[in-house]
Design a protein around this ligand. Sequence first.
Ligand SMILES: C[S@@+](CC[C@H](N)C(=O)[O-])C[C@H]1O[C@@H](n2cnc3c(N)ncnc32)[C@H](O)[C@@H]1O
Length: 211
Amino acid sequence: MRHHTSPNLYLPLSELKEVPNFYPPLIESIEWKDVYSNSLPPSRLDVGCGKGRLLLDTAEAYPEINILGIEVRKGAVDWLKAVISGESIPNCGILWYSVVNGIGFITSDSIEEIYYLFPDPWPKKKHHKRRAFNNPVLLEFIRVLKPGGRLFLATDVEEVHEYHLEMLKDLKSLTAKLIESDDEWGLPITNKETFCRKMNIPFYRIIATKE
Ligand SMILES: C[S@@+](CC[C@H](N)C(=O)[O-])C[C@H]1O[C@@H](n2cnc3c(N)ncnc32)[C@H](O)[C@@H]1O
């Protein structure tokens, strides 16, 4: 899946003069019965889930929890929707949505874990504004996490890892910890992590816990 769509896809709708092709619709409120056959709200989020290996594996491993993928690329979302309905996975949801437009449709203090794993790095300084992990999004993550809830961050790009640490540095409501071992991490692997392991590309992991 290449970035064949407009680069403006990665910016909030409020900053755009025109709506690019394949820009996902805004979501202001949501009926969970339209997302999950069990009608319950999610307690885990996979933001930028891509092709959704972790999303699907988590849903399978924890049938008692609802997990929600949020993904801006329609092709990946359509594929995941087909898998979820084809395999009748009641606790797995996927939204075609850009997280930079806010997640006001998710209740405060309701989420146990948020995964923001191997984001697009946008290494050039002039493209940093396309990174989804910015201050408003981080504040939204903090709002929706339950006390004791955890934000998981991973990247194979050292500069992005430093950026994540910098963003978390002065926050009183989140305590960040560098993670070295798979046991401490404890998550199924993502599509991108699979690639990194296969190619021996090192990656960096952080878990930030809400006070
Ligand atoms: C490099 S992929 C990683 C996918 C997956 N997390 C993994 O580890 O395999 C990054 C994903 O984030 C998605 N993404 C980027 N900006 C986004 C945004 N504003 N909202 C939702 N998803 C976004 C991209 O479309 C892409 O699928």
